[in-house]
Every structure is written in C-alpha cells, then in structure tokens.
Ligand binder design. Structure first.
Ligand SMILES: Cc1cc2nc3c(=O)[nH]c(=O)nc-3n(C[C@H](O)[C@H](O)[C@H](O)COP(=O)(O)OP(=O)(O)OC[C@H]3O[C@@H](n4cnc5c(N)ncnc54)[C@H](O)[C@@H]3O)c2cc1C
Length: 288
C-alpha cells in the first residue's frame, strides 16, 4: 500500500523528451513546484499521474497537495477522472532548473514492431513539450522509497536488472566510490539499447539481450569476489525472484545483503490488483 506521509503531489509539465536508445525515452519534467522536491537517493521511486484515454491532461486531486494526503485524495476521485498511476525512478534532478528526468522503457515487442504498451509507455511515446501531468515524489529528506543502501562492510557489489532497472543502475554507478569492485548484469532488448554507464568504481558490465541468457544464468556463470558483498536486483518479477533465490540459496549471500524489487510482471498491468497483492519484493509493496 503506498505510503503517503512524506510524499507530495507536484504539478509538472513536459519540458522535452530525448530518445536515449530505441527502447528508452528520457522525459524531462519541469515546474516551479519542484522547488519542494527532495531527492532521497539513486533508486528513488516516484509515481506518475497520467491522463486517461481521451484526456489532454490528468485531473489531479485538489486536496492533499500540501498535506501529504495525495493517496487518499487520488482514491476519492471518481473512476472516470482518477488519473492512471505508474511507478518510475527519478533518474536525475536539477534543482536550479527545476527539472527532473524520468527514463521510460518503451516495451518494444520482439522484432521491434507492434508494441505491448501500457498507459505509461504509450503516454511517454506521445509526450510533447507543455503536456501536463502529476508526479508524486519525496517532499522531505529521507522520505522513503529508496532501497539501495551500500552497507559499510560490503567489499563488492552486484547490480542486475532489465531496462526498467537501467535508470537506477546508471545513477548508482555514478555515485559509487573509486575502485569498488562491481559486477553489472543488464538485460536489454538489443545491442542498440545499451547505454554508456560512467563510474569511478571498478565495474564490469555484462550486457544480455532478448533471446539470449536470462539474468540468473548470466550471474550463475560469473565468479563473485570472496568476502561480504551486496546485491541490488530489479526488473521483471519472476526473473528477480529466480536471481534472488540463486544468490541466497546457492551463493550463500545473507538475505539482508540482497535488495530485490519486482518492477513489473509479465502479462500484468501495474494497476492489475493481482499484480499488486502478490509480494515480490519492496518494489511491489512499498509505494511512493
Ligand atoms: C520502484 C519501481 C521503479 C521503476 N522504475 C522504472 C523506470 O525508471 N523506468 C521504467 O521504464 N520502468 C520503471 N518501472 C517499471 C514500470 O513501473 C512498469 O514497467 C509499468 O508496468 C509501466 O506501466 P505501463 O502503463 O507502461 O504498463 P502496464 O499497464 O503496467 O502494463 C501493460 C503491459 O506491459 C507489460 N510490461 C510492463 N512493463 C514492461 C516492460 N518494461 N517491458 C515489457 N513489457 C512490460 C505488462 O506485463 C503488461 O502486459 C519501475 C517500477 C517500480 C515498482
């Protein structure tokens, strides 16, 4: 169930979009309200409140904007007006410009033709400068919705995920101390969907592609350094679960050293109640 207290609804507009790779669109959102937006860390989750089909902009809840009660106010809206709500990662914030970036995976179907879209990926593809939406995000320091916490004693790091994890992984890599040994396993549709991932850490990146090995196979084939490590995994829920089982069951990692988040479920929309009720990891059970 989403946590409302430390999060606020920010009214924003699209400043611009940029196609980073064929399958990933960066949407830059701007607005004076973002003065009050407090980024809590690299996998900071946020919610996008998006228009319903046929609407030019979403009807944003009127009450709760300043008191943190956005979730109750959103729920109180009648079905025919209640905006679509989807969870994303804050990729970057530029305070002075009052801008934030959100990188949206476009769910390209195998072969790149027809799309298996949902309301959020569809909205992003059609987003134009000036389009208005709502963002629910942190309004106080340490508001929550951040899972990546590198423990002091961790001598190495494993990052693994699919396209939906790339925004968080990119930010995490940028933030790491020089020389930290890091293994990164990322599964994207095609080689063209690889991104450059600058870091001061000692990182090895394994790119996987559709039709090739799954994340768990790639990690199982890799040697991990000795000593206490920390793992952060996010992406399709079944893949995340399989990899977490491998790390804890077969690699002997401590449960508390494996952060795992089901970011989406194959064949299920985020608004499908069955998808939300099954606990896969913090990604499914903690909301912005
Ligand atoms: C904490 C958190 C952070 C996230 N951060 C990001 C992020 O930064 N960028 C990002 O792109 N996504 C991110 N996601 C995932 C995103 O919320 C889901 O992909 C969401 O389902 C997209 O909504 P939608 O309306 O496009 O599709 P939905 O209506 O939810 O689903 C429609 C259909 O598309 C399928 N589907 C959903 N996602 C994908 C996908 N990635 N590839 C292929 N098929 C898919 C579903 O199984 C369903 O069949 C995050 C999720 C969580 C929980």
């Amino acid at each position: 169930m989403p946590v409302a207290g430390n999060f606020r609804l920010f009214a924003v507009h699209v400043a611009r979009t940029e196609l980073l790779t064929p399958g990933m669109l960066r949407v830059t959102l701007a607005g004076e309200a973002l003065d009050g937006f407090v980024n809590g860390g690299c996998d900071q989750r946020i919610k996008l409140l998006l228009p319903l089909p046929g609407q030019e902009e979403p009807v944003l809840p009127e009450s709760g904007v300043d008191d943190g009660g956005w979730y109750a106010a959103w729920q109180r809206l009648p079905d025919r007006w209640r905006p679509v709500m989807r969870t994303y990662t804050l990729r970057a914030q530029r305070r002075e410009a009052r801008e934030i970036d959100v990188d949206v995976a476009l769910h390209l179907a195998p072969g790149g033709g027809a799309l298996r879209e949902g309301p959020a990926s569809r909205w992003a593809r059609g987003a134009r400068p000036g389009d208005r939406i709502g963002v629910v995000g942190p309004a106080v320091p340490n508001a929550g919705g951040v899972e990546f916490r590198l423990p002091d004693g961790a001598g190495h790091l494993l990052l693994a995920g699919d396209e939906t994890a790339l925004p968080a992984v990119g930010c995490i890599l940028e933030s790491l101390p020089a020389g930290l040994p890091v293994q990164v396993h990322l599964r994207v549709a095609d080689p063209a969907d690889r991104q450059s991932l600058p870091t001061a850490a000692d990182a090895t990146v394994h790119w996987l592609h559709r039709g090739g090995p799954e994340l768990v196979e790639s990690v199982a084939a890799a040697a991990l350094p000795a000593g206490r490590g920390y793992a952060w995994i996010a992406g399709e829920a079944a893949q995340v679960r399989a990899l977490r089982r491998h790390l804890v069951g077969e690699r002997g990692m401590a449960r508390e050293d494996v952060e795992f988040m089901g970011y989406w479920r194959r064949g299920r929309s985020e608004s499908d109640p069955a998808a939300e009720s099954e606990e896969v990891g913090p990604g499914q059970r903690v909301g912005a």
